[in-house]
Unconditional design. Structure first.
Length: 226
């Protein structure tokens, strides 16, 4: 898919918990991307005749069929701090997309396991809320959050279940049940395709564990654009 630049308007900003923001964008031309892909956002002004300005990558949370595009981010550095301080509703920003091939690698779709920590759920929602999700027989989703306040994705999870009723969802809250346990997950699901998204440390530990179990690297797909 061709990478394009979209002059977009921020139509909504939500901060359901401190330090976490969901932005909604609209554009006169339709955003074109595949589930699981990501974008670059530039908050500085951009002249199309000049070099692309400093930008950051974020997974697209919306399904490709949606009329709007959403991202959710956590304030973790200078750029995201600028975003939280400077971005306003009705402001225009430039987006460049799409990038990545999270779900376009030609892997089997049966019994896939999706593992997400925190905002790592966003690239998965792009697939789970797309009509193509029905093509995934018997998927299983594991979600880990610090506490219940951080689970701001109930609407998206309900939509996923309506699209694919075979979806099994397991949600763990660290303050109640502890963190996601890759050993337990693998022992229950065995050798299949694993999709992992979340904090870099989590991704690294889970990937190394699966490799030690003899799972081939091509069956461990990580959202690793950072």
């Amino acid at each position: 898919m061709i990478i394009k630049k979209y002059l977009s308007t921020i139509t909504d900003i939500q901060s359901p918990i401190p330090g976490v923001y969901t932005l909604t964008f609209e554009c006169q031309k339709k955003f074109k991307f595949y589930p699981g892909q990501f974008l670059h956002i530039a908050i500085d002004s951009y002249d199309p005749s000049m070099q692309w300005p400093d930008s950051r990558c974020f997974s697209m949370q919306s399904a490709p069929s949606d009329q709007v595009l959403k991202i959710t981010y956590t304030v973790v550095g200078k750029y995201t701090q600028r975003m939280s301080n400077e971005l306003k509703v009705d402001q225009k920003v430039w987006l460049k997309l799409p990038y990545g091939d999270l779900f376009q690698r030609g892997l089997g779709k049966d019994n896939c396991v999706f593992i997400a920590g925190g905002t790592g759920i966003t690239p998965f929602l792009s697939l789970l809320n797309d009509s193509a999700f029905i093509e995934y027989p018997n998927p299983t989703l594991y979600l880990g959050f610090k506490n219940k306040d951080y689970n701001i994705y109930s609407d998206g999870l309900e939509k996923a279940k309506s699209i694919n009723p075979s979806l099994v969802t397991n949600i763990l809250y660290e303050d109640e049940q502890g963190r996601l346990d890759i050993d337990q997950i693998f022992n229950k699901n065995g050798r299949t395709n694993y999709y992992i998204s979340g904090p870099p440390v989590m991704i690294k530990i889970f990937r190394q564990y699966l490799l030690k179990q003899g799972l081939e690297e091509e069956h461990i797909v990580i959202d690793d654009w950072e």
